[in-house]
Structure formats: structure tokens, C-alpha cells
Design a protein around this ligand. Structure first.
Ligand SMILES: Cc1cc2nc3c(=O)[nH]c(=O)nc-3n(C[C@H](O)[C@H](O)[C@H](O)COP(=O)(O)OP(=O)(O)OC[C@H]3O[C@@H](n4cnc5c(N)ncnc54)[C@H](O)[C@@H]3O)c2cc1C
Length: 337
């Protein structure tokens, strides 16, 4: 066999939470999966504050018992200062006590999910990048040409397949740009819970990721890029860890997020800015949903176009509800996004 020609049932491009969730779901249902991730290792990556609701999803993926090993801190809610005095918004609780969110180091969190995929027989290749879409469901990757019945685009904001197929993802909000970075040291006021604080020009998020390591994100309402040397007041005097980075967090959803032989999942399908607070949860859920539908297509249990329509409708409804909720949230500050 030509080592550069690979045959599989489902090709997943991107090894973040969305791609890993899709891979695990497909593999558990008995189809052959190859996942290619372009980076050799996941370094610092935003998306570290996870709602307690993540736990049941991780249980479904078979990794809930590994979560503690990648968790650097827990918190029972979030401090919010958003057009009124600072207040604590708890996650709630039950007879066992307060529900607590998780602060994870994304490199470890993503590796945990990919390890699970490997255990289930997924052919995980990294570093391996998808570089081109060929005809007949073939994809060019840096490991060779891959033939697959279904392709899943899990490339995050890179939107690899969407761009290659020319599927537009028009802005659904004003332009929003996030600047984010890390500092090392001690910040006791931030040790009990993250904080989201709005001022007249934008909002700032601060959180402890793990002992002696904190993360901040700043978004300006006017769409401008916050200066790279900016730092929240509460982190003044602490040691920067690496340069600040930037990300376009304008709300978007692809015009089509599925077709008979492909699905877009996670940020590749739709993104909201980080105040939506559950990008990783949406990545996992959409990956699992697409994984089930891709399996049904491969096993010929569902007509492919119907499966694609179901997925698109489900994601569009979710996005619309989230965007409406977030729009209301910004309106409390008299900001139209
Ligand atoms: C500043 C900021 C703060 C955030 N904070 C939070 C938060 O606190 N909580 C939260 O839930 N969400 C947060 N988010 C959102 C969260 O980061 C994303 O929603 C989440 O990471 C999406 O997961 P994903 O798997 O879709 O994409 P990603 O995590 O982006 O993974 C995509 C993967 O695809 C790979 N890839 C790209 N192109 C190719 C290619 N051609 N071939 C192969 N591989 C490729 C990339 O290397 C990457 O590993 C934040 C986002 C930002 C920008």
C-alpha cells in the first residue's frame, strides 16, 4: 500500500476540544477515524474557565475521572461588575454543596481528550496539517492524501474547510478584538473566583489559571486592538509570561455548517466573544453531535443530506439563542453589539 494514501471513514481536522469530542464519539460507535492536528504540542491557548456543566459531557466522553489531573483551580461562581456594583454570581448547588467551575490548562486538557481518542483506536497524527481539499472526498494533508466518507472541520477560528470551500461566515456583531495574556506571581483578590468587569470603553476578564499563574482578556467596545503592553490594574507589578496575544472574537456563524460529506464543529462553525463563557462547552457538544451524525452516515443509518440539515438547524437555533442572550447582556451597558 502507498504510505502516502490513507483510507478512513471519518477525517477530523483539528485536535482541540471539538475535534477530539467528534473523534471519540465516532470511534466509540465503531467507525474508523483519523484526526490530524497541525501543532506538535498545544501551548498556551485561551479557553481555560469551564462551567460546572462541562463535567457530564466529559463523563459521556469517558474522561470525567481525569479532569482533576488537569484542573489548576476551582471556583463557585464569578465576580461581575457590569453596569452596576460588583456582585458575586454563583453557579448554584445541590445537596452535595456548591457547584464549582474548573480552571484548566488547555494544553493538558486537550491532551487528555486526545489520549482518550487514541485509546479508542483513533489514528491521531500530529504534527499533521490539512492543506487542500481535493475531489472525491479526498483531502491533502502533510502526511499524504486522505480519502474519507465524511470530513469534519474542527480547526477553530482558522475555519480551514469553510475557507477552502468558500462558505462565508459573515460577522453577526460589530468587530470585536480580544487581547489576552498571562502573568506570574500572587494576586489574592483573584484567588477565589474570576472577575468580569466592564468600564465605559470595554470589558476585562481576570482569572487564576493555577497557583501563581493568572490570565487576563481585554475587549474594547470600539473594535480597536488593545495595546500589547496593556495590563489590568490588579495585575500591576506582576511578571508577564510571554507576549500578549490577540484574537478576532467578532460573532460569526458559517452560512452552512454541514453538507452530505462534511461537518463544521466548535469555533470552525460558530463563534461568540468570550463573555458567552462556554466556547469549550459548545465545542464539545457540537463535536459529539456531529460525531453521532457522521457515524450514522458512514453506517448508512441516516440519509446524509437529512443528517446535515438536522445538524445545521440545531446549531443555528443554539447560536441564535446565545447571540440574543449576549446582545441583552451588552444592552445592560447601553452597548449595541
Ligand atoms: C481570549 C479568549 C478567551 C476565551 N476564554 C474562554 C473561556 O474562559 N472558556 C471557554 O469555554 N471558552 C473560552 N474561549 C473560547 C474557546 O477558546 C474556544 O471556543 C474553543 O477553544 C474552541 O474549541 P475548538 O476545538 O473549536 O477550536 P480550537 O481549540 O481553536 O482548536 C482548533 C485546532 O485546530 C488546529 N488546526 C487549525 N488549522 C489546522 C489545519 N489546517 N490542519 C490541522 N489542524 C489545524 C489548531 O492547531 C487547533 O489545535 C476564549 C476565546 C478567546 C479568544
Amino acid at each position: 500500500m502507498d504510505a502516502r494514501r490513507i483510507d478512513t471513514d471519518v477525517l477530523i481536522v483539528g485536535g482541540g476540544p471539538a475535534g477530539a469530542a467528534a473523534a471519540i464519539t465516532c470511534a466509540r460507535n465503531g467507525v474508523r477515524v483519523m484526526l490530524c492536528e497541525r501543532d506538535a504540542t498545544s501551548g498556551e491557548r485561551p479557553g481555560e474557565t469551564l462551567h460546572p456543566g462541562i463535567e457530564p459531557l466529559l463523563a459521556q466522553l469517558g474522561v470525567a475521572d481525569r479532569l482533576a489531573a488537569v484542573t489548576g483551580a476551582r471556583h463557585p461562581g464569578i465576580w461581575i461588575e457590569w453596569g452596576s456594583a460588583r456582585r458575586f454570581e454563583g453557579f448554584g448547588g445541590d445537596e452535595h454543596g456548591a457547584w464549582r467551575g474548573f480552571q484548566v490548562w488547555r494544553a493538558d486538557f486537550d491532551a487528555m481528550l486526545l489520549d482518550r481518542a487514541r485509546e479508542l483506536g483513533v489514528d491521531v497524527r500530529r504534527p499533521c496539517a490539512a492543506t487542500g481539499v481535493l475531489d472525491d472526498a479526498r483531502t491533502r494533508t502533510t502526511d499524504g492524501v486522505v480519502s474519507a466518507r465524511v470530513r469534519v472541520d474542527a480547526t477553530g477560528r482558522a475555519r480551514w474547510l469553510g475557507r477552502a470551500l468558500g462558505v462565508p461566515a459573515e460577522p453577526r456583531s460589530r468587530r470585536l478584538f480580544a487581547r489576552y495574556g498571562y502573568v506570574e506571581g500572587e494576586c489574592p483578590p483573584r484567588d477565589d473566583a474570576p472577575a468580569l468587569v466592564a468600564d465605559v470603553e470595554g470589558w476585562t476578564w481576570t482569572a487564576r489559571v493555577k497557583p501563581r499563574l493568572y490570565q487576563w482578556t481585554r475587549v474594547a467596545f470600539n473594535g480597536e486592538r488593545t495595546a500589547a503592553d496593556w495590563l489590568p490594574d490588579e495585575f500591576a507589578g506582576m511578571t508577564r509570561r510571554g507576549p500578549a496575544r490577540g484574537a478576532d472574537v467578532t460573532w460569526r456563524m458559517a452560512e452552512r455548517v454541514a453538507d452530505a460529506d462534511w461537518f463544521m464543529v466548535g469555533d470552525a462553525a460558530a463563534t461568540l466573544d468570550p463573555t458567552s463563557s462556554h466556547g469549550v462547552l459548545r465545542a464539545l457538544t457540537s463535536g459529539m453531535m456531529a460525531g453521532h451524525l457522521a457515524t450514522a452516515i458512514v453506517q448508512e443509518r441516516a440519509p446524509a443530506h437529512e443528517a446535515a440539515a438536522v445538524y445545521h438547524g440545531w446549531l443555528a437555533d443554539w447560536f441564535a439563542a446565545d447571540a440574543a442572550r449576549l446582545g441583552e447582556f451588552y444592552r445592560r451597558l447601553n452597548v449595541e453589539v
